[in-house]
Design a binder for this molecule. Structure first.
Ligand SMILES: C[S@@+](CC[C@H](N)C(=O)[O-])C[C@H]1O[C@@H](n2cnc3c(N)ncnc32)[C@H](O)[C@@H]1O
Length: 257
């Protein structure tokens, strides 16, 4: 449970630019409140990459405070909206993150939502590897896809199922790794993981992409994009890299398709 909050005179874009270092310092969540970013940590951060006021907080307070700071965020055609702020807009993707990753505020999630938005998904099969809150699978389902969501973390798969219900879509939710869907293929595979995991899972990811399908891979810090692209190329994918502020998004297709 986090016990520390760092109050920084910055917006969430600035926080996103330092996400990898904050993550290494034990960050669990971040929110913007009244032009101040509040970053929550599981432990006292030794050398955080952003200067600010460090506050020790009671365990029971942090999650409530973090939720209070969440705001809707625009990504592609969607406004990813904390479920308690729903207004009934048809563009709202309602997410209660619980303890899962995927409020929509991270650059990698926004990138994946935009990449999904650029694809024609109606009637296509979509696999979301590392679904977190389910935000990507739910966006795909809302766009007419038949979506399957996989996550190793049972707290994430519970959140993803609950969020699917909130959005009145049905998605197949699987607790486990990519192995749980081995032998199947999908028109679109989206994997917002991290560089090491993408490299380790490259072969498995390539095998679940349908011959004329596409893999959208994210969670890759810019300096590691060549390395991840190399691993995906080595397993028979042709890869296109889009470089963002701090994170790269990779689109890959099978070359034997
Ligand atoms: C960065 S979050 C992405 C959440 C969401 N898809 C998004 O884009 O905001 C990565 C998720 O991958 C999950 N994960 C980590 N290793 C995994 C693995 N080997 N197989 C499946 N899921 C994994 C984590 O539990 C976490 O929920």
């Amino acid at each position: 449970m986090p016990t520390w909050a760092l109050h920084v005179d910055a917006d969430l874009d600035e926080v996103n630019r330092h996400w990898a270092a904050l993550d290494a310092a034990g960050m669990l969540a971040a929110a913007e409140v009244d032009d101040t970013a509040i970053i929550y940590f599981a432990r006292r951060p030794d050398d955080p990459p952003l200067d600010g006021r460090l506050e020790h907080i009671a365990d029971r307070d942090w999650h409530e405070r973090w939720r209070d700071g969440l705001t809707p965020i625009r990504a592609g055609r969607w406004t990813v909206t904390p479920s308690w702020l729903a207004t009934g807009g048809t563009d709202e993707l309602l997410i209660d993150p619980g303890q899962a990753f995927g409020t929509g505020h991270h650059e990698t999630t926004v990138g994946c939502l935009e990449a999904l938005d650029a694809l024609s998904l109606r009637g296509r099969t979509v696999l979301d590897v590392g679904t977190g809150t389910g935000v990507l699978a739910i966006a795909a389902a809302r766009a007419g896809a038949v979506a399957t969501a996989v996550d190793v973390d049972p707290l994430a798969t519970t959140a993803a199922s609950d969020n699917a219900r909130r959005n009145r879509v049905s998605i197949a939710v699987v607790t486990g790794t990519l192995d749980r869907v081995a032998g199947r293929t999908f028109d679109v595979v989206v994997a917002n993981l991290d560089s090491a995991m993408l490299i380790a899972a490259a072969g498995g990811l390539a095998r679940v992409v349908a011959p004329d399908g596409v893999l959208v891979a994210s969670g890759v810090s810019n300096p590691r994009s060549d390395e991840v692209a190399g691993a995906l190329t080595a397993v028979g994918l042709s890869v296109e890299v889009s470089t963002g502020h701090e994170w790269s998004l990779l689109r890959a297709r099978r070359t034997d398709g």
